[in-house]
Design a protein around this ligand. Structure first.
Ligand code: GDP
Ligand code: MG
Length: 302
């Protein structure tokens, strides 16, 4: 956990959001306890159905440990942006009796992807088309306990933060009242600071052309969006205009999960997919991958 913490994003590579960006292969990782709402979040965030046709389940990848990594590939197309997203899910996260090696295992998995990319860069001198299996972003889904982060969360996030762009998210945020949610968010922000967990903060300066709220947000505002509180849903209603609305149904009513009053889902999607994809890739290149290569070389060459 001693890697550099310079988080200055190099400028974008070939991907330009808002335009057709071709097919970028962008692995994301989703981590969190069983039942915290990870699969539902992926469905809601990417507008896909993990059990539907636009979903290809690749064989699980072995990490050599009890923790397995599942890979789901999604093709997403929205607002003229086409992306191939590679979502990694660790289904048994936190389920072992002894979770003391879990953080290491997850860290090793990310390092392994960085290493494969490094190896490939030696094999293909041209470097023109290189399959990018690196994890560019990890959504860490925190259980909505209201009690703050557990030692497992802290250890895992510490390990993740120095290897990839870590975005903490509170899952099933409807379990908390709005007051509880704010207090919980503050507690988590304090813990992130105390434990020196390196988090990815969306930059504030790239939404100038956006008429939405983000254009007036400062860096501090962006930092205070963390952890994003999300509500996901797998059911649909048909709106007046015939559009499908993704909702969560309760015995007493129905909630539109896109409603910014209750859920950061829409905001997170906008920032993640439509504004800052190149930034995430840029930081992988300029920070996490560089750090990995530097450490690897100093380890092997001495
Ligand atoms: P995973 O094990 O982390 O992948 O969790 P799932 O997405 O499978 O969700 C587990 C259960 O929680 C399911 O019954 C979901 O319908 C429910 N769930 C998912 N997201 C939410 C949410 O935002 N709020 C509430 N109340 N329940 C949710
Ligand atoms: Mg799941």
């Amino acid at each position: 956990t001693t890697r550099a913490s310079v988080v200055k994003a190099p400028t974008a590579t070939s991907t330009v959001p808002g335009k057709y960006i071709g097919i970028a292969d962008l692995p994301n990782q989703v981590l969190g306890d069983v039942g915290v709402g990870k699969s539902t979040l992926i469905n809601s965030l990417f507008g896909v159905d993990v059990y539907g046709d636009d979903y290809v389940r690749a064989p699980p990848m072995r990490t050599g440990e009890t923790v397995q990594v599942e890979r789901n590939v999604f093709r997403i197309e929205a607002k003229g942006v086409r992306i191939l997203v590679n979502v990694l899910d660790v289904p048994n996260f936190g389920q072992a009796l002894d979770n003391s090696t879990t953080a290491d295992t997850v860290g090793k998995f990310i390092d392994q992807q960085l290493h494969e990319y490094f190896e490939a860069s030696h094999q293909k001198r041209s470097q023109v088309v290189r399959e990018d299996g690196r994890v560019h972003c990890c959504l860490y889904v925190i259980s909505p306990t209201g009690h703050g982060l557990r030692p497992l969360d802290i250890a895992t996030m510490k390990s993740l933060g120095v290897r990839t762009n870590l975005i903490p998210v509170i899952g099933r945020a409807d379990s908390l009242t709005m007051e509880e949610r704010e207090t919980f968010k503050e507690t988590i922000r304090r813990q992130l600071k105390t434990h020196e967990i390196q988090v990815y903060y969306f930059p504030s300066d790239e939404d100038k052309d956006d008429s939405n709220m983000e254009s007036t947000r400062t860096d501090e505002d962006m930092a205070n969006l963390v952890p994003f509180a999300v509500i996901g849903g797998n059911t649909f209603l048909t709106g007046k205009d015939g559009a499908k609305i993704r909702v969560r149904r309760y015995p007493w009513g129905t909630l539109d999960v896109e409603d910014p009053k209750y859920s950061d889902l829409n905001l997170l999607r906008r920032l993640l997919l439509f504004h800052h994809l190149p930034d995430l890739v840029g930081i992988t290149d300029g920070l996490h991958y560089s750090n990995y290569v530097r450490e690897f070389l100093s380890r092997t060459i001495g």
